[in-house]
Design a protein around this ligand. Sequence first.
Ligand SMILES: [Zn+2]
Length: 537
Amino acid sequence: MSSPRSVWLTRQLTSFAVALLIGVTVFGTSARVDSAVVVAPTTPTPVATKPPAVHQGPFALIIVVDAARYDELDPARMPNLAKLAAQGATYVNAYVGQLPSLTEASHATIGTGVLPKRHLILGDTWRVPGSEQMSPNLLDGNLDRTGYISKLIQQSGSPSLASILHQRWPGSIVVSVSGHKVYAADAMGAGGADFVAFGVNDSRGHFVPGATPGHAPAHGIMLSRQLDLPSYPRTPGLEDQWTTTLAEKFLFKYHPRLMMINLPEVDTIGHLAGTDVTVMQPLLSGVDKQIGRLIAAYGRAGMLPQTDFVITSDHGMTPAVHTIDTGVVQKVIRRAGGQGLYVGHGDYCQVWLKNPEAVPRVAAALSQAKIANVAAVYMRNAGGKYALVSAPSRLAAPSVERAYSDLLGTLNQGESPDIVLVYDENTITMTPTFIKIGRKGDHGGATWGAQHIPLFIAGPGIKPRYTSSYPARLVDIAPTVETLLGARPQRQDGIPLADAMVAPPAAAMSAQLKRGPQLAVDVRAMEYEAALRPNLH
Ligand SMILES: [Zn+2]
């Protein structure tokens, strides 16, 4: 890529050239119609030649490296990422900024620009309002392939990045893809994407492209031999590579206005390896290769100078330096008279009770039990807000309580957990299954290891070599991409990351200045809490 300024100039000039082309075509067409009706021309009208394919930007590409920790997407070890980062903005304090810090909830936020309390993807499962039942688990592949998650998002009335771009650029294409993570692709499409594709095992056991109903691409992509693997790709790096190939097919076939890609493997393997660099580093080098392939593909497609790139993750990964036995939590719940409906896992613990009247008693018991590495116990009180039940002195500073409350406020709904245990840094829940398979990492909660994420934005609309300390959140990605692509954010919880933009709208600048200070206090508090309990060898 050339310098952003010259890229910007190219973009302006290209727009001008296309405007001219369109003008000429329109003029030419009407002239031919007139001449056909009125009188035959004395000189032959030149045959309208189809103009060379001009893929008119602006475009955007969002790459979500599932579960990549802030320290894992390291430009010093990732040359392709480094090149991109040098031409754009790096957010060093970016964080998930919501609970849960979980794939489907985070991708729904990326795809909508609203928080879980609005898009209502509140976790893998949640209480069906007014019942003693949990909702179907969103990790169920058969359910997800029906487009279940995007339907839920649409029912919530949330806006979507895809439909806002469709309004601004009628007829343009938005694509959302993953490897096996249907729930990432469907959530990120949020019901507005034209195409939602991913990998599935077919009746022969082959790993091939699948799509949600009504969102399948051309047969050429679905039946591509290059995308037909003899089985689920278990060789590390192969699934991310397959996903990138799928994305390339979409790129050349449709030249999408926006493409959103979930690369799933850092999560799948991170759960088993934690932060073990000997396992994770080769995988991250593979991710860098895929980033390089995509940059090259956008170049070949003639779209690179007009494309803004966003590279981020949906959440981090907390290593199992400390573990909490789910059985211990369940025992405390039972002894206090609680009937557990669902007790979750992650670097936090969500509790739903069948007997809500027991919530205050159970929350108090969980607090008094002083379970090692439980930093805080919160419960949803009668007013529908999460309140700290455990001793504030257990936290490093009063500002930590506010930071956790702000995070809990992003998922607060009638369906949300009755009680939430916030863990110390580097602590995860162990269930009997996790003990058996030797789980070494998890996420979902409020530890800084799960919350702190990488965020790089680069392209014609973005300042080069810019480092931002602004505490960007996942919810800001959609409004940022909308703004970069000339659309206006609509009723969204996030704000455009104006500080990185070459030509930010004034309203976006002032929104960011207003929003920043409290988020910065929250981020510092979480970092402080994590630093006091480093526990990483
Ligand atoms: Zn995960």
